[in-house]
Ligand binder design. Sequence first.
Ligand code: HEM
Length: 248
Amino acid sequence: MELFNNFFEANGALSMLGRASHVLFGITWIGLLYFFNFVQVPAFAELSDGARSEALRKLTFRALWWFRYAALLTFATGLILVGVASSDTNSNYLTGPSGVAILTGMLFGITMFLNVWGVIWRNQKIVIGNAETVAAGGTANPAAPAAAKKAARASRCNTVFSIPMLWFMVFTAHGGGFYPAQIGGTVVYWVVVLALFGFIEASALGLIGGFDSPFNTLAFDKHKHTIIAGFTLLVVIWIIGWEILLPV
Ligand code: HEM
């Protein structure tokens, strides 16, 4: 079968199948992330307590199942893609410009995956559990509002990261026409990218000035500001990194 010719090689069918499923799982995950951020959060602010509780238990609960397993499968198929591409001994996939691009995308993507399972889901379980208890006539869990805030900050942080993440995922294979064939300055590039990334992630985790720090309030309170922050992050990385530091 043609499909199995060079199956495990960089341009073989495993890479093609892995790529198609990676994008399918990725759109499922990020589509739900955008639904939560741009639709559910503003709608929940307008719902009555009873309606919000019912929506949390019956709608958000289901959406979060698809959300976190799509994140897991996106991550797993992403690892297959990077494994197949970097096993090609004839290419400088990880050491050339494609490596800098995909490692930048992966830095954001893997952090987003960890935020989903380690912060958003862990805290949403408390929030939804509390809604279940209250709906059954029990007493509210005092930890629920703080858990909701932690989940919300991580979710907005993932929305910011999703913009440069997707750019660098696609750019790796399709940016060859305009990115430099020769690069230098990668150490300074990584210092800049890691500083920006670290500041935003640590802020979202409440580690820099708490959950209501000036940065968090500005970038995460309103979803329109979150979208602007995502594009700003991309433009800053692009101009400082790919226009100034990397080309030789
Ligand atoms: C979770 C961690 C992730 C990892 C480790 C990862 C890894 C990768 C790798 C290695 C590639 C191949 C790049 C290449 O050589 O062309 C890729 C491509 C891609 N990824 Fe991801 N990715 C992740 C998350 C995501 C997410 C969340 C999305 C959202 C939709 C996404 C969408 C894409 C797209 C659209 C491509 C380009 C496919 C193409 O142009 O052929 N990835 N990813």
